[in-house]
Design a protein around this ligand. Structure first.
Ligand SMILES: *Cc1c(COP(=O)(O)O)cnc(C)c1O
Length: 233
């Protein structure tokens, strides 16, 4: 199937998942697609944006930088992979939203680089809800310690939360992870009514994530097919 057909199938599945929700949610009644173009050549960015998907997700700063030089940078670019402190300057220059803010140290570094270029950098805090050792993301304790510190960083604007569920063959098994993500979002929204993004769900589990309240899903494989790890830039 081609990209346009894949996108139509995804939109249909999103609509079905929205219809399965338990009623009005604090995340609104829509779910936006972030097209994850990592390990695909720059042209797929142009192609998916031409089909009406403005949001692009990339995992690595270097790869995204290369692509931003190869195609006109339109729409909104999201960093969804772990960010190292030594790449923060480039990330702040390039990305509209950093979804993977996962430590106080990193937030401080983002604030510093954003200030230098007169930007207020939108971020999500990435939560490690399932407590997976190997995954990045804040555990509950660090998250709760970080929140009251955010006011120290005026060049960073918190837009919401990002959650990655553990990989599974059966998305039903990670439903509680997404439910916990939505609960965390609601709790945070009570304190900060301005937050508006709950980014949860990938190709294998986005329907369940939307049912549980995600209003942004990060989709690669179901749009573009398998990633090409030989792709070099
Ligand atoms: C690669 C990646 C995705 C997209 O994964 P697919 O399974 O190809 O949809 C989404 N989110 C993050 C954080 C990723 O690293």
């Amino acid at each position: 199937m081609g990209l346009a057909e894949n996108l139509e199938a995804v939109k249909e599945k999103i609509a079905q998942a929205l219809a399965q929700r338990r009623g009005p949610l604090l995340t609104g009644d829509e779910a936006e697609i972030v097209a994850v173009t990592k390990n695909h050549p720059p042209e797929v960015i142009t192609a998916i944006q031409a089909l009406g998907v403005p949001r692009i997700g990339e995992n690595r700063v270097q790869e995204a930088k290369h692509k931003a030089e190869a195609v006109p940078k339109k729409g909104s670019w999201h960093l969804i992979g772990h960010l190292q402190t030594n790449k923060v300057k480039q990330a702040v220059a390039l990305f509209d939203l950093i979804e993977s803010a996962d430590s106080l140290h990193l937030v401080a570094a983002i604030d510093k680089e954003a200030e230098k270029i007169g930007k207020v950098q939108d971020i999500l805090l990435q939560l490690n809800i399932a407590g997976e050792e190997q995954k990045s993301g804040l555990d509950r304790e660090d998250y709760e310690a970080l929140l009251p510190q955010l006011s120290k960083f005026p060049n960073v604007r918190l837009r919401g939360l990002m959650v990655i569920a553990p990989f599974t063959e059966d998305a039903e098994t990670v439903r509680p992870v997404f439910a916990a993500g939505y609960a965390a979002f609601c709790k945070l929204k009570a304190l900060r009514p301005e937050i508006d993004i709950l980014s949860m769900g990938m190709s294998g589990d986005y329907a369940v994530a939307i049912e549980e309240g995600a209003n942004e899903v990060r989709l690669g494989t179901c749009l573009f097919g398998a990633r090409d790890y030989s792709y070099k830039f």
